[in-house]
Design a protein around this ligand. Structure first.
Ligand code: F0G
Length: 459
């Protein structure tokens, strides 16, 4: 049989930005000054920035071109019409409300619709969605399937919502559910997709109980392509066609455009009913801006309109999903365990398994993230005990359930030789991993520890 050809970056590069390539000796004092917290390292000192895939995309020539012809009128600009038409054509929803990013859309929805004591089910709520729901006194409820909580499970759709649990939950709490959600792809669970069949069933359950169904659709294109690849009855359909069906099954969506819409800033709410629209637009004017720009420049709306189309190009999606697959397979081959199967936008290293000699209270994920920076110039994000662990007053430590390190890949930014270079360097980390030491927490801020905490290496 012929070996399959390499999946190539389906673009050529017109604008370049130099990489900052420092030596380990140069990085050591930088990491020390940042308190071994990569959020406190300046971007200029990072070679490969995998902190997030959000707002870090490289835009296309078409997007930059569209930005130049933007109409920056305060009200009723031509760029808004173009953006609105692109969102309507993708989602089929009649009302489109621009916001400056995803969490602004979440906040507006919560302020307009959610009341204290209400409950909102989903597969997994993303952190900011949960925070916005809890901020108005309601409860964000996660009903992902059991496989979605098991890093070793190779279930093809680990983002699926548990339909039986969802039905029981809706039956019991119908009166206190203003809307139900599903996050595609499921970021909290590792960028795992949700199957079309599962979205169809969840839609049927929500609608059986008369509950509006709202998608958190910021990675809609990656999820659609996963469905094409992994859900046999859908393999002959286009990703665009699958995306249309997904949106048709829901009553609306909230979207951070900083992911699949291939822009550096932006978001929106789109709804098929006008029920909440007036309240949402009034709240929008209060804090985001007039309904035809919602806190964005018209040039951002133009870039977003083009990005929504480019996101569903299958050559792009084939390459996009190949990136995390390639990195995960490359790591697994040299003995670095990752959450299986690789998600769409990121690879999650299982630091607990990789560094069993570092106890959770010494932050194995953070220790590995620091080593990735020192050795490779890679900036990643610990999702483990440095983020969620707690020192209990009795002197013990409550560890997080998993010790993960997320490498989230910006879209269209890095090439295969960058990824090969990183994999080569990782081999040295694997060889000397028993020498890696944990960290101790020396500054523990009262909120959101991971952003500002400071650590020191254990001697
Ligand atoms: N929903 C999901 C599923 C997300 O992943 C994010 C952001 C948001 C909503 C909020 O959107 O950042 O535009 O306000 N995720 C980023 C990340 C921050 O790194 O995973 P936002």
């Amino acid at each position: 049989m012929k070996t399959p050809r390499s999946i190539i970056e389906p673009f050529r590069i017109k604008v370049v930005e130099p990489l900052s390539i420092l030596t380990r000796e140069e990085r050591e004092p930088i990491l020390k000054a940042a308190g071994h917290n990569l959020f406190l390292v300046a971007a200029k000192d990072v070679t490969f920035d995998f902190l997030t895939d959000s707002g870090t995309t490289a835009m296309s020539a078409r997007q930059w071109g569209a930005m130049m012809v933007a109409d920056e009128s305060y009200a009723g600009s031509r760029s808004f019409e173009r953006f609105e038409a692109a969102v309507k054509s993708l989602t089929g929803y009649g009302s489109v409300i621009p916001t400056h990013q995803g969490r602004a859309a979440e906040r507006l929805m919560c302020e307009a619709v959610v009341k204290p004591g209400m409950k909102i089910p989903s597969n997994n709520h993303f952190d900011t969605t949960r925070a916005n729901i809890e901020f108005v006194g309601a409860q964000a409820v996660d009903l992902v399937i059991d496989e979605g909580r098991d890093p070793r499970s190779t279930h093809p759709f680990k983002g699926n919502i548990n339909i039986e649990k969802l039905r029981a939950f809706c039956r019991e709490h119908r009166e206190s559910i203003p809307f139900g959600m599903i996050t595609i792809t499921n970021n909290t669970g590792g960028g795992q997709p949700v199957s079309l069949e599962n979205i169809r069933q969840a839609s049927a359950v929500y609608h059986e109980f008369g509950i509006p169904f709202i998608l958190d659709a910021c990675r809609f294109a990656e999820n659609s392509y996963f469905i094409k690849l992994r859900e046999p009855p859908q393999s002959s359909r286009s990703a665009a066609d699958i995306a249309k069906e997904i949106f048709s099954l829901a009553d609306g969506c909230i979207v951070s455009a900083k992911k699949d819409a291939l822009v550096n800033i932006g978001g929106f709410i789109a709804l098929n009913s006008t029920q909440w629209v007036e309240t949402l637009r009034s709240l929008l004017i209060l804090t985001e801006g007039f309904p035809t720009y919602g806190g964005l420049a018209a040039r951002d709306l133009e870039a977003l309109a083009v990005g929504l189309e480019e996101a569903l190009d299958e050559r792009y999606l084939e390459y996009r999903l190949a990136v995390s697959r390639y990195m995960a397979e490359g790591m697994n081959k040299i003995g670095i365990p990752t959450v299986q199967p690789p998600g769409g936008h990121a690879v999650y290293i299982d630091a607990k398994e990789f560094l069993p000699h570092i106890r959770p209270e010494h932050f194995p994920g953070q220790a590995l993230a620091c080593e990735l920076f020192l050795a490779e110039g890679v900036r990643s994000c610990e999702i483990g005990s440095a983020m969620f662990g707690k020192h209990i007053p009795d002197g013990t430590f409550a560890a997080a359930s998993m010790e993960l390190v997320r490498l989230a890949f910006p879209r269209r930014c890095y090439t295969q030789s960058h990824f090969d270079f990183i994999l080569e360097g990782l081999e040295d980390i694997v060889k000397s991993k028993s020498k890696l030491r944990g960290l101790k927490l020396v500054y523990d801020p009262p909120f959101l520890r991971h952003f500002t905490a400071r650590f020191e290496p254990l001697s």
